[in-house]
Design a protein around this ligand. Structure first.
Ligand code: MN
Length: 512
C-alpha cells in the first residue's frame, strides 16, 4: 500500500507543515477506514492512498492531497464534517464536502441529458480542485473495476464515458482523459473494442519496438543537426479515440496517420519550428498533414505542431513538437496551472480562474486561505497571467459549431449561479432557474401535468407545491383529474412558462 512518505516524496520542496498535514490526514483516513475493504479485497485505505499519490504525482499541492486522502471519510465513515473542520480547517472541509456532493450526480442510463449532467457535475464541484480529485478518484475506481458486479461495471463505465471523459477533455486534461476512455471502452462497447483490437493486431504487437527504433534515430538526427536541449518520446494512440476515428474512416487503418506518434519536447517556441525544419529535411512529410496548433491552439488550449512523415524504414508516423510548458498543459490541462509553490500568492488580486467562471470559484475560498496556517503551501493558482487559451476559449468556440459552445458560454457567465438541475424519478434532468418550485418543474415536464397537479414529492417526501427546489433533487409530481391551478400557484412559480400557463388556466376558469 502507498505510504504517506511515498506521497510526500512526490511533493516539490515540501515544508514541514506540508508533510505534517499529509501525515495527519493519512492517519485519520487509516483510522476511519479501518476494517473496510474494497471489492478487490484490498484495505479501503489503499484506494484513498492511491488517489492521493496520483494527485501528488500530477503536481497538486498539499491541501488537495490532504482532501484526496479524506475524500471518502464523510460519506463512508464515522468522521463528521465538524471533525474535519477542527483538524484541517474550512478549506479542506470545503474540498472534501465538494467531492462528497459529486457522488450524488449519477448517470441514469439515458443519453438525452448528458450535457445537463455534465453541467450539474461542474456546477456542483464549485472549485476546480474538487473536480480534479473526483476525476482521480474515478480513475482509480476504473482501474479496479474488474472486481465489482457486472451491472455496476457497465453503469460506472458508461458514466465515465458520458460525464467524466468530456469534463476531463474540457479541462484540457489529456492524460487522464485517455486513461479513463481506454479503461471504460471494453466494458461499454465490448464488440467494438474487439474489432479495434483485431484491426490493429498486425501493427500493435511490434508498435513499441518500431517506435523505439524510430525515436532513437530521430534523437540522433536532431542532435546531428545541432539541436541541443530536447527530449523525445513516443505514444500509441488510445484505443477509444482510435475507435472513433476508424468509424469515420470506414475501418481503414491505412487512412489513420496518427496511430503511432513520436514526440519532441524543446525549451521554447523557436526551437519547435527549428525542430520541424530539421524533421521535414530528414523525413519526407506527407502533403497537407502539417498542423500548427501553436499558432492556432485547439479550443481546449492544446498546443503543438503535428506533422506526418514517412521514415526511411517506410513507417508512417505523426511527429508532435511542443515546448515543455505545452507538454505539461497537454497532459494536465487546468491542473498544470495550480502551482502551489508560491508562498507570496496575492489572493486579493483574484485569479484567472475566478475571472473565467466567477460562480464556480467562490471568492471566500481565497479569503479563507489567509486565515489558514500560512506555512502550508498554497495550491490555489499562482497569480499569473491568464493563460492565453483560457481567454481565447470563447472566441475559438464561436467558430466551432460544436455543442461545447453552450458549455463555454456557461463557463463565461454566471449560468451556474442562476440555474439548478433536478431529476425526474426516471433520472431525466430538468434545468430550472434558481428558486424554482415543483410548480415550475411540473410545467417544464408538460403543461397537462402542470394543470392537473395535486401534490409533489421531493426526494420521496411530500412537500408543498411552492417549496424551493435544490440541485440534485428528485421530484415527483402527483396529478388528479379534477385538480386546477389556483392564484396561489402564481406566487409559487418562477418560470415565465409556468406563470403563462397558470394565468391562462385561471382566465379559462373565470370565463366558465
Ligand atoms: Mn473514492
Amino acid at each position: 500500500m502507498v505510504t504517506a512518505t511515498e506521497i510526500i516524496g512526490h511533493l516539490n520542496n515540501p515544508t514541514e507543515a506540508d508533510k505534517k498535514i499529509i501525515e495527519k490526514a493519512y492517519q485519520m483516513a487509516e483510522r476511519a477506514h479501518e476494517g473496510h475493504k474494497r471489492y478487490s479485497g484490498d484495505p479501503y485505505m489503499s484506494h484513498v492512498a492511491s488517489v492521493a499519490l496520483r494527485l501528488a504525482d500530477m503536481g497538486m499541492g498539499p491541501r488537495t492531497i490532504t482532501a484526496g486522502l479524506l475524500h471518502d471519510t464523510i460519506e463512508d465513515t464515522e468522521v463528521t464534517d465538524e471533525q474535519i473542520r477542527e483538524e484541517f480547517g474550512d478549506e479542506i472541509l470545503f474540498l472534501v464536502e465538494g467531492v462528497t456532493k459529486l457522488s450524488s450526480v449519477r448517470y441514469y442510463g439515458t443519453d438525452r441529458h448528458n450535457e445537463s449532467l455534465r453541467k450539474l457535475f461542474v456546477a456542483t464541484s464549485q472549485d476546480i480542485r474538487v473536480l480534479i480529485i473526483k476525476l482521480v478518484d474515478r480513475l482509480h475506481n476504473m482501474q479496479t473495476l474488474q472486481y465489482v458486479s457486472e451491472e455496476k461495471q457497465l453503469r460506472i463505465a458508461r458514466e465515465t464515458l458520458e460525464i467524466y471523459v468530456p469534463v476531463a477533455h474540457r479541462l484540457g486534461m489529456g492524460r487522464i482523459r485517455k486513461e479513463l476512455e481506454d479503461l471504460a471502452f471494453p466494458y461499454v462497447y465490448p464488440e467494438e473494442y474487439e474489432r479495434v483490437q483485431e484491426t490493429i493486431r498486425r501493427v500493435v504487437g511490434k508498435a513499441d519496438e518500431v517506435l523505439e527504433k524510430e525515436r532513437k534515430s530521430l534523437q540522433k538526427e536532431l542532435a546531428d543537426a545541432g539541436l541541443r536541449d530536447f527530449q523525445t518520446s513516443y505514444r500509441v494512440k488510445g484505443m477509444y479515440s482510435l475507435y472513433h476515428k476508424l468509424k469515420r474512416k470506414e475501418w481503414n487503418l491505412d487512412l489513420i496517420y496518427d496511430l503511432l506518434a513520436l514526440r519532441v519536447v524543446v525549451p521554447n517556441v523557436e526551437e519547435c519550428y527549428r525542430a520541424l525544419g530539421i524533421i521535414h529535411k530528414i523525413w519526407r512529410p506527407l502533403p497537407g498533414r502539417m498542423k500548427d496548433y501553436i499558432a492556432f491552439p485547439k479550443p481546449n488550449g492544446y498546443q503543438s505542431i503535428h506533422t506526418t512523415v514517412t521514415t526511411p524504414a517506410e513507417n508512417i508516423l505523426e511527429v508532435q513538437i511542443r515546448t515543455q510548458t505545452m507538454h505539461h498543459e497537454a497532459e494536465y490541462g487546468v491542473a498544470s496551472h495550480l502551482i502551489y509553490k508560491s508562498k507570496d500568492t496575492d489572493l486579493a488580486g483574484g485569479s484567472w480562474f475566478s475571472k473565467m467562471a466567477p460562480s464556480l470559484f467562490r471568492p471566500f475560498i481565497w479569503r479563507e486561505q489567509k486565515r489558514q496556517e500560512t506555512e502550508i503551501s498554497k495550491d490555489t493558482p499562482h497569480r499569473e497571467k491568464i493563460p492565453a487559451w483560457i481567454s481565447q476559449i470563447g472566441e475559438m468556440y464561436t467558430h466551432e459549431k460544436s455543442s461545447s459552445q453552450e458549455f463555454v458560454d456557461d463557463m463565461r457567465t454566471d449560468f451556474f449561479h442562476d440555474r439548478i438541475f433536478v431529476f425526474t424519478p426516471n433520472g431525466d434532468v430538468v434545468d430550472l432557474p434558481r428558486g424554482a418550485s415543483p410548480i415550475d418543474f411540473a410545467y417544464a415536464i408538460h403543461s397537462e401535468i402542470g394543470d392537473k397537479m395535486s401534490g409533489a414529492k421531493v426526494n420521496q417526501k411530500l412537500v408543498s407545491l411552492d417549496s424551493e427546489l435544490h440541485n440534485g433533487d428528485i421530484v415527483e409530481i402527483e396529478t388528479r383529474k379534477g385538480a386546477k391551478p389556483t392564484q396561489k400557484w402564481l406566487d409559487g412559480a418562477k418560470t415565465s412558462l409556468a406563470k403563462r400557463r397558470i394565468r391562462s388556466a385561471l382566465e379559462r376558469a373565470a370565463e366558465a
